[in-house]
Unconditional design. Structure first.
Length: 147
């Protein structure tokens, strides 16, 4: 087998409307599909039972895709099964987006109440300027400006 490309990154969210406001309203991704899925296919694919799922597929200007997933059933309660989100956890910890002006995005998003780890910092090799922020559920987003 040979992988052809990265298709998308899936992010499970607690509140789809909040997450759409963040990813599409603040970060500027475009919704290409918004739907719910339930039944035998999704139960089989996920290895679960009685799944009811809302999915919103969002793309960047160059076609990179993220898939936001809100489980309507089984529904998680606030704080349940929520591991501490840290950048050094094993497994997926963040998604990175290229931006034209990371300082401008930092100022704009911080002004909207988005939480950042630090102000933008230039990488030691001088290649990029980077800042990490968090989405409404605490998932990390890396904003990268190639210098």
């Amino acid at each position: 087998m040979k992988v052809k490309n990265i298709r998308h990154c899936g992010i499970v969210v607690r509140d789809m409307d909040k997450s759409v406001r963040f990813y599409c309203g603040l970060l500027g991704l475009k919704i290409v599909k918004d739907y719910t899925d339930s039944g035998k296919y999704i139960d089989t694919v996920l290895g679960m039972q009685n799944v009811d799922l809302r999915m919103v597929k969002c793309v960047t200007e160059d076609g990179g895709m993220i898939e936001l997933l809100e489980y309507l059933m089984p529904k998680k309660k606030e704080g349940s099964d929520a591991p501490e989100i840290r950048l050094d956890n094993i497994g997926g910890t963040h998604v990175a987006f290229t931006v034209g002006n990371v300082d401008g995005e930092y100022a704009r998003l911080a002004g909207e109440g988005v939480k950042f780890v630090s102000k933008p910092v230039i990488s030691p090799d001088g290649y990029a300027k980077v800042a990490f922020c968090q989405d409404p559920d605490g998932f990390y987003i890396e904003l990268v400006q190639v210098l």
